[in-house]
Ligand binder design. Structure first.
Ligand code: ADP
Length: 586
């Protein structure tokens, strides 16, 4: 409001109060006096109620709005003492405290009516003083502010509801198992203090009935029903309400409810009203949210809607948690299936490899020269197959946390020689040049011989697999207290966006995987193994130009000096001779 207007209005009010004081003081009010007639007409037209009391607290003047608010008329009210006027108005009881404060200027909010139709009256009191300062009477300004108060209350309630929904949503995300999240959600509803009892039941998957997962009081304490399956007459009544599929309020003031089995149970728990929200997912009942009130109140019509929203949040969270659980179980099933299948495949395959080797070496007598080549293919292919099966087995072991081996001093030169010896025929068959460069005097690394062979075999067979022409190279050198071992190729290379992805389980680059078979597990397992050795694997590559994979391992330190080392054998690994070994596991 502009300042000028405020000043004008204040001036008008001051003049009005002055004139009224003069009028009340003189008691010689001539209603035909022109300025006063005009003034009274203006006040009569005010939307706010106005009552002028004389110094005896009798109504000297009252305008139309005040007459309406007080349920009286101008004629009936004029000259009446305020006490008797309040005695006859419909909300006199609420206004009566006013009488004690008539000498104090100020504003008060007075509420009357019941919870459903509460009205609020703002009363401003201005004592009227004559020019000599004596109190001549009182001016009461009355304004119905019910709408404003309702709007403020509903805004505050809306905010409280939103924050409750938000809290429940967050609580429902804190746990992964269905029961844990239901409890967390129930605790956050109880903490809001709107309901005195928060109970959530979930239908047992075997149809055994409604099992109470959380039963919490406002103080956050666990109430009696938690962990129980609701059976008998109460269970039947709840099932019927659940089948109805709509939220309902059971009020104990309803005699039918009070007499029912459910009503009697509620009475025992001191609950006067229960808001029941069925939890449904895709048309199938899942459980029930019950919100109990032990006193009258909380009658806001929005609350059932809030409760339904909370019910939906709980439903979604429970469904998500159960799905997660099912996926986890399926994952475990898949892992154990993979483990047993690969285990079963490995045994005959090892036999095939053994017999092929025996044949090649003339164990069954001299061989026709023509058979050497197919036997060599058979041997290579079986070895590749065995590597794949071993990768799958390692993957299932790592998933179950059973991938373990001993750490020992390992000679990199020895490992590389073994791997190159095995893959040489493959390199030759592809017509690739091969370069080997091992720095002289390379120290032992902290590793595991068989597992390091597995890593180098993986990297070298990948290098050969993804290189059409050019060369592959293996190099090893020392950098401070680390040894680096690189496998390079001049093959198809890897795009920058795939260079991290290929280290994830089952990830393969679409274009390259079409040309060459594989499981997509080799690099993921190699990286896990290197990490268990306290090392790492990285890649540098450019599409079309080739790739270099580098394994970095710590130079072997005397493990005996370290405190708390565990020396353990492993059933799957060949026994490794000391000097010192320590078991690591993933
Ligand atoms: P697999 O070789 O069985 O597919 P890996 O985990 O060993 O599984 O490799 C994952 C993917 O990384 C390969 O499918 C291929 O796309 C890419 N890759 C690995 N090594 C090379 C390489 N030397 N050159 C090009 N791409 C490679």
């Amino acid at each position: 409001m502009p300042v000028v207007l405020l000043v004008v209005l204040s001036l008008m009010l001051a003049i009005t109060v002055g004139l009224l004081a003069a009028y009340v003081w003189s008691r010689r009010y001539d209603r035909r006096s022109r300025p006063l007639t005009l003034l009274m007409d203006a006040l009569a037209a005010l939307p706010d109620g106005m009552v002028v009391l004389d110094d005896d607290q009798r109504v000297a003047e009252i305008n139309a709005a005040a007459s309406q608010l007080l349920g009286t008329t101008h004629r009936a009210a004029r000259g009446q003492a305020l006490t008797s006027l309040l005695g006859t108005t419909p909300h006199g009881a609420a206004l009566r405290p006013l009488l004690d404060h008539l000498s104090e200027p100020g504003a008060r909010l007075l509420s009357y009516g019941d919870a459903a139709g509460e009205q609020t009256l703002e009363v401003r009191i201005r004592p009227l003083r004559a020019t000599n300062g004596a109190v001549a009477g009182t001016l009461l300004l009355l304004r119905d502010v019910s709408e404003r108060i309702h709007a403020e209350q509903s805004r505050a309630q809306h905010l409280a509801e939103l924050s409750l929904i938000n809290r429940v949503a967050r609580a429902a995300n804190t746990a992964v198992d269905a029961e844990g999240l239901v409890r967390a959600a129930a605790e956050s509803i109880a903490a809001a203090g709107i309901w005195d009892r928060v109970t959530v039941g979930l239908l047992a998957p075997d149809g055994a009935g409604l099992r109470i997962v959380a039963d919490i009081t406002t103080e956050g304490q666990c109430a009696g029903y938690e962990g129980q399956v609701i059976g008998g007459a109460e269970g039947e009544a709840l099932s019927a309400l659940l089948r109805a599929g709509e939220s309902q309020t059971l009020a104990m003031r309803d005699p039918t409810t009070a007499a029912s089995a459910l009503g009697q149970a509620l009475a025992r728990e001191g609950i006067s009203q229960l808001l029941l929200v069925p939890l449904y997912h895709q048309g199938a009942p899942l459980g029930m949210l019950a919100l109990g009130t032990s006193t009258r109140g909380h009658n806001s019509p929005a609350l059932p809607r809030v409760a339904e929203t909370i019910g939906e949040l709980i439903t979604d969270a429970v469904v998500r948690a159960r799905l997660y659980d099912e996926l986890h179980q399926a994952d475990q099933l898949k892992s154990s299936f993979l483990a047993s299948v690969s285990h079963e495949l490995r045994t005959p395959l090892t036999a095939i490899i053994g017999y092929v080797e025996l044949l090649r070496r003339g164990g069954y007598g001299p061989l026709d020269e023509r058979l050497q080549e197919p036997l060599s293919y058979m041997h290579l292919s079986s070895a590749t197959l065995l590597r794949m099966i071993n990768d799958i087995l390692d993957y299932t072991r790592a998933e179950a946390g059973h991938l373990r081996f001993d750490l020992q001093p390992v000679d990199v030169r020895h490992v590389v020689a073994n791997v190159v010896g095995q893959l040489q025929p493959l390199i030759q068959e592809r017509g690739l040049a091969f370069e080997l460069e091992i720095a002289p005097g390379l120290p032992y690394v902290q590793s595991n011989k068989a597992r390091l062979e597995q890593i180098v075999t993986n990297l070298l067979s990948n290098a050969v697999k993804f290189t059409e022409q050019g060369q592959v190279a293996v190099r090893a050198w020392q950098v401070g207290d680390r040894v680096r071992l690189s496998v390079s190729d001049t093959g198809i290379g890897i795009a920058p966006e795939h260079q991290e992805l290929i280290f994830q389980e089952f990830r393969r680059v679409e274009a390259s995987s079409r040309r060459a078979g594989g499981t997509g597990l080799g690099l993921a397992i190699s990286r896990r193994l290197a990490a268990l050795m306290g090392g790492s694997i990285s890649v540098e590559s450019a599409p079309g130009q080739g790739s270099t994979f580098t394994v970095e391992l710590a130079v072997f330190q005397d493990l005996d000096q370290d405190a708390g080392l565990v020396v353990l054998g492993n059933a799957d690994e060949p026994p490794v001779p000391p000097p010192a070994a320590r078991e690591v596991a993933a």
